[in-house]
Design a protein around this ligand. Structure first.
Ligand SMILES: *Cc1c(COP(=O)(O)O)cnc(C)c1O
Length: 382
């Protein structure tokens, strides 16, 4: 499979904007469904924070995925897009009362609870609304992921989750609460993980925890292992669809599921990352002392990942076949960190050329800002 840009159609739109390849998204979703359904008890949720473009969301809903939300706004967006409430899970360290009430009122499947005070508030609010809240605890497995420090979430001192030492205590508390139903455990160790060893380490940790709980007579209905599978930012065309077969097989092999137990996944980046590109025009090519700058009409307000995480995205000039030259590719924002990448090889570039910044479907459009009074980028699918 190859990623083909419909250049003529793209040229008709005002840049910068996001373009999503609907075929690739469809094929990616179908691949996930096929690979997960080899195992009867695997359930995949889409981690909504990666991209909430309404058409992207409704396609994912049509393909029968669940949704993993981290705010009330996301719950509203996925309900509107057609996800059934009983396939929504709700995570996050700081759920407000209003957001919890929304989750209770709409009947979401599960709150992934990250602290004792949160558990107490959910119990109180559920009592007032005369309902029972399904609850899983997000446990911090102290498994380090081989990824950028800013996107690891599973280490011991981290704002996310409940420490393993406190697990027994919080479960005992939940079992005493009248308006709480304890259903299982939740984990999420980080993002952009390409080494299966990290997921294997998570499986081993979950096996230990589950053995301990079983010895105390506690049974888990479901286990949620979060997301985190990475994508190929360097050579997207070689790996447009991530290796979901190996990913699911890793869990099937290493996690000891009990009879009747469900295994839930929350995949974000690996679902939508490769189908999107940020499309921009070259405003100026500027000769520096020792280098050339390609100055784009897109900046970190449109795609913040390079400035925020030192993330690398492949950059291509879609309108030039001329021999390659080297450029620092930068945006127009008044900040020195507004650089997409340095020393990039691009086909010789001139004012007006169309530039694609690849693999921008996840954590791109949704993280855009209006700094410098800029307009938010639009997203188009075709
Ligand atoms: C962000 C997040 C995910 C998705 O992570 P990806 O790396 O995009 O797959 C899943 N679960 C939780 C709780 C998250 O916060």
């Amino acid at each position: 499979m190859n990623y083909q840009f419909p250049l003529e159609r793209l040229s008709a739109y005002q840049t910068p904007f996001y373009y999503y390849d609907l075929d690739l998204l469809t094929q990616t979703l179908d691949c996930i469904t096929k690979e997960a359904s080899r195992y009867g008890n695997f359930h995949v949720h889409y981690a909504v924070k990666a991209n909430v473009n309404p058409r992207v969301l409704s396609l994912i809903a049509q393909k029968n995925f669940g949704a993993d939300c981290v705010s009330g706004g996301e719950i509203e967006a996925v309900l509107k897009a057609g996800f059934p409430a009983n396939k929504i899970v709700f995570a996050g360290v700081g759920k407000s009362d209003k957001e919890i009430r929304l989750g209770l009122r709409t009947g979401i499947a599960c709150f992934n609870v990250e602290s004792v005070p949160e558990l107490e508030v959910i119990n109180q609010l559920a009592q007032r609304q005369h309902c029972i809240a399904n609850v899983a605890f997000r446990i911090n497995p102290n498994v380090g992921a081989h990824t950028h420090a800013n996107i690891t979430t599973g280490l011991a001192e981290n704002k996310f989750g409940i420490s393993m030492n406190d697990m027994d205590k919080v479960i005992d508390m939940a079992l005493q609460m009248k308006n709480i139903k304890f259903t299982g455990l939740h984990f999420h160790i980080g993002s952009q993980i390409l080494v299966m060893d990290d997921f294997i380490a998570l499986c081993q940790r979950i096996n230990e925890l589950q053995d301990k709980l079983e010895a105390r007579g506690i049974h888990l209905e479901n286990i949620n292992v979060g997301g985190g599978l990475g994508i190929d930012y360097k050579q997207p065309d070689k790996n447009l669809i991530p290796d979901f077969a190996t990913y699911f097989a890793t869990y099937a092999e290493h996690l000891n599921l009990r009879k009747g137990q469900e295994l839930h996944f929350e995949l974000g980046r690996s679902v939508v990352g490769q189908c999107g590109a940020l499309i921009s025009r070259v405003l100026y090519v500027k000769q520096g002392t020792n280098k050339q700058f390609a100055i784009l009409d897109a900046g970190f307000t449109d795609l913040i990942r390079p400035a925020l995480y030192h993330a690398h995205h492949l950059i291509e000039n879609l309108s030039s076949d001329a021999p390659k030259k080297r450029y620092d590719v930068v945006g127009p924002i008044c900040e020195s960190t507004d650089v997409f990448d340095k020393n990039v090889k691009l086909n010789e570039t001139k004012r007006g050329d169309i530039i694609a910044i690849r693999s921008a479907g996840a954590y791109g459009e949704i993280m855009a800002s209006q700094y410098n009074c800029r307009k938010l980028p639009k997203g188009y699918l075709f």
